[in-house]
Design a protein around this ligand. Structure first.
Ligand code: ATP
Ligand code: MG
Length: 469
């Protein structure tokens, strides 16, 4: 297997080797290269202790207890981690003690899956029974590639290459023990299966089923980061179905888990969860907010189900979606946008809508939310086995575009006058009366934009005032 890391990575390795240390590329980047995918990052491992790495790479930073030193090159941070084994997993989250080691094998043993337990590189050259004298400092070192007894080689102690070729995710060692140590590995398995389109090996899957409740010990941030990656995959359904099959879903959200078995008059033989999963897949992968909204759009259905209807599931769903997102500590901006979409996903357009009806719709949804809301509804249609444009979506979209192409009144700011005009010309005081008049003018201008000029609005305000008295 020919591995060709980028020049910068080779230079970092060469410096480690030249100073008498082992140097390897490790983990996910090799997996990605073998799959022909662009690695998200290049991680390196060495027997050099963090202080030694700091000396070898002037300007490097070491800000943790786990042996990872960051080296910046060309605006990218490369992480060089001292070989280590992890110990004392007390809380199913992370090791409380790490032990630095001298051999790459030890380091590969702590990694989660066979496909991630690969290394490419070489050990320190041994000269006359001892190691060569370390080179300290920052001078240039020529890359060493190919040839010689210590030519870089691929290390694959757990059959990771074979598993990559068979597209299988398999835990390194006893899967149950590995998931008890760090429960995040179960979610990583689901995420990797989704982004790589791999399947999970039987014993690993069985261990996930039996240990799923340990997910509750994980921090919101780590879970949300995995969910984000899962939802950005081509087909999130792969992972969503795995979450359901392993009962991990119930830990994330009992309400989503309750969608299983809820009947739908949509696709014969499919339930509400099937519909949710289809809807998520039907949203373009580069729309993370809409994908989240698709996941949550019918979260209110199980609890509102009565006589074959889901009355008020949009409003109930918006509240449940909010709770879900807050619990996972999603940023406020995301939470607001997703709940807005869930709350408004049930609009029913009919050709009888007047232009002012369409304008009121635009105002209620907000201009920025229109495209995401249409993306969601198109996906919802597809997830229901219908054409994406069903329910008059194309027609409504066309009318919205037409209306927005002309001057249009949607908000107070669009009116030809403002509060200070009313104060100056009608002698009004700031207060509720002024606000009521502006609201009334806005309502009338939405209905008939032709009235939106200064003299007309002033006259109307004047007569409203007289009527008020
Ligand atoms: P990606 O970078 O594509 O998100 P990755 O597998 O490279 O996926 P990283 O977070 O970059 O994930 O981790 C780098 C490597 O560290 C992994 O490939 C794996 O070998 C190891 N690793 C990461 N997280 C864990 C974990 N929770 N338990 C054991 N090993 C892990
Ligand atoms: Mg990585």
């Amino acid at each position: 297997m020919e591995i060709r890391p980028p020049e910068t990575v080779l230079e970092i390795l060469a410096r480690l080797w030249a100073s008498g240390h082992s140097g390897y590329v490790v983990g996910g980047s090799l997996r990605d290269v073998i799959l022909g995918r662009e690695p998200a990052d290049w991680d390196l491992a060495t027997d050099a202790r963090p202080e030694q790495v700091l000396e070898l790479f002037p300007g490097a930073v070491y800000e943790n207890r786990f042996g990872t030193v960051g080296v910046r090159r060309d605006g990218i941070t490369f992480e060089i981690t001292t070989f280590r084994s992890d110990h004392d997993y007390a809380d199913h989250r992370r090791p409380h003690r790490v032990e630095f080691g001298d051999a790459i094998e030890v380091d590969l043993a702590r990694r989660d899956f066979t496909i991630n337990a690969l290394a490419w590189g070489a050990d320190a050259p041994v000269v006359g029974g001892g190691r060569v004298a370390p080179v300290v400092g920052g001078g240039p070192v020529a890359p060493v590639v190919g040839g010689g007894p210590d030519a870089p080689a691929l290390r694959d102690p757990y059959g990771g290459i074979a598993d990559i070729e068979a597209r299988i995710i398999r835990a390194v060692g006893d899967p149950r023990r590995r998931f008890e140590e760090d429960a995040l590995r179960m979610v990583r398995a689901v995420r990797l299966a989704t982004t790589l389109d791999f399947s999970v090996e039987a014993a690993t899957l069985a261990a996930m089923q039996s240990r799923s409740s340990l997910i509750a010990h994980l921090s919101a941030e780590r879970l949300a980061a995995e969910l984000d990656k899962l939802l950005a995959a081509d087909r999130p359904s792969i992972g969503l179905r795995l979450l359901a099959a392993t009962e991990i879903l119930a830990v994330f959200s009992p309400e989503l888990a309750a969608q299983r078995g809820v009947p739908q008059n949509k696709i014969p033989g499919e339930d509400l969860w099937d519909h949710t999963v289809r809807t998520v897949d039907a949203v373009p992968a580069d729309r993370p907010v809409v994908r989240l909204a698709a996941l949550l759009h019918d979260i209110g259905k199980p609890s509102t189900m009565a006589d074959g209807h889901f009355h008020g599931h949009d409003a109930v769903g918006a509240d449940l979606a909010l709770a879900f997102l807050v619990q996972l500590k999603f940023p406020r901006a995301v939470t607001d946008r997703v709940t807005h979409l869930v709350r408004n996903h049930m609009f029913t357009y009919g050709e009888g809508w007047s232009d002012s009806g369409v304008r009121r719709f635009i105002r209620r949804i907000g201009r920025e939310a229109l495209t995401p809301l249409f993306d969601l509804r198109e996906a919802d249609n597809e997830g229901s086995g219908m054409a994406r444009s069903s329910h008059g979506l194309d027609e409504l979209r066309r009318r919205i575009d037409d209306l927005l192409a002309r001057p249009v009144v949607l908000e107070r700011e669009d009116l030809a006058i403002d509060g200070s005009d009313l104060i100056a010309e009608l002698g009004l005081e700031p207060g509720p009366v002024l606000g009521r008049i502006l609201d009334e003018l806005l309502e009338q201008a939405i209905t008939d934009p032709a009235i939106n000029d200064r003299p007309t609005l002033m006259l109307m305000a004047q007569s409203m005032l007289t009527e008020d008295r």
